[in-house]
Write a protein that binds this ligand. Structure first.
Ligand code: FO1
Length: 321
């Protein structure tokens, strides 16, 4: 079994590549739930949905999140009422959140509901939310944010939820800390530790190390389980030539005291992964990555087409020492 530790868009593309080169029922992903939120009385799990919709071929190609052929009538009504509409929930996507919320209220856990949703999309890949317990990524503002909704805005040091940072503020405000609220009280979902212990290869997807991979490792037992398999762990750098391909990984690394480069990624991952795959644009840094104690592989990592995703998947599977 090939296991992927997954955030959202980058992980979804990595998994779509793996699906082209590995039988689907041999693929498992442990997925971040730190981005989850409750809104309109609904439980929303963006990373689980981004991975599901991408693997099902139903992701909105323009945004990389949400569903293709979406309509926005419910959001228009929310706007008419002056309700909360900054987090965009399309009409089709709403059905997923309604189903998840209903099933959770009936007593199913998030692992079961996720399996029901992926099955309904015809997927054989196993997606496991890292925990069924409450874990929420929280972000501390480094500066006053006078533009925050409500007067007089928020002061430096205020904590906001991940989606208030990522979507409501377009990840455009400086950050001084990230915290995984509730993580210490969570348990890994059934199957998580076993998957880590038995995987042939563990892939750290090119997801944000600080807000997508770190929350997975914050669930008690997960980090140690991954460290025990370090030789089998292959990470793909989400930073290419000093910049994140999508999202705020580069800025967050800088703001939180990490070098926004493949060397900075190596310093974050060297304890848990033996190998780092970096893009050809970073070939000159391969020696510096090796100096951090990781085996470095240079390959095209930008998954702009399904073929490139498959090619990267082959590199990752061949990379393990
Ligand atoms: N991202 C946005 O930039 N704006 C949105 O309005 C938005 C809504 C949304 C709804 C459902 C969903 O599953 C994802 C959504 N995302 C949106 C993406 C989401 O914020 C990010 O993918 C992650 O949480 C970061 O990995």
């Amino acid at each position: 079994m090939i296991l992927t530790l997954a955030g959202g868009v980058g992980a979804a593309r990595m998994l779509a590549g793996l699906m082209q080169v590995v039988p689907h029922d041999e693929l498992t992903a442990i997925v971040n739930v730190g981005d989850d939120l409750e809104l309109h009385g609904l439980r929303i799990s963006p990373d689980l949905d981004t991975v599901t919709y991408t693997l099902a071929g139903a992701i909105n190609p323009d945004t990389g999140w949400g569903l293709v052929d979406e309509s926005w009538q419910a959001r228009a009504m929310l706007e008419q009422y002056g309700g909360v509409s900054w987090f965009g929930l399309g009409d089709r996507d709403l059905g997923t959140h309604m189903f998840r919320t209903q099933r959770l209220s009936e007593g199913a856990d998030l692992v079961e509901v996720t399996a029901e949703i992926t099955r309904a999309w015809g997927l054989d890949v196993r997606l496991i939310p890292v925990t069924c317990d409450r874990l929420r990524t929280m972000v501390t503002l480094a500066e006053d944010d006078p533009d925050s909704p409500g007067s007089p805005g928020l002061k430096a040091g205020s904590e906001i939820s991940f989606q208030e940072y990522f979507v409501q503020r377009h990840h455009g405000v400086p950050v001084s800390a990230v915290r995984f609220d509730g993580a210490a009280h969570t348990m890994p979902s059934p199957g998580v530790l076993d998957a880590i212990a038995t995987a042939e290869t563990i892939v750290l997807a090119p997801s944000n190390p600080l807000v997508s991979i770190a929350p997975l490792l914050a669930v008690p037992g997960v980090r140690d389980a991954v460290i025990a398999r370090r030789e089998q762990v292959v990470a793909v750098s989400p930073i290419v030539a000093g910049a994140a391909l999508k999202g705020p990984a580069d800025r967050l690394m800088l703001e939180l005291g990490h070098e926004p480069s493949v060397v900075g990624v190596a310093r974050l991952y060297r304890d848990i992964a033996a190998t780092l795959v970096v893009d050809e644009a970073d070939a000159a840094s391969a020696a510096a990555v090796e100096a951090e104690g990781m085996h470095c592989i240079v390959a095209p990592t930008i998954m702009s087409t399904p073929e490139r995703s498959a090619e990267l998947a082959r590199v990752v599977l061949g990379a393990q020492r």
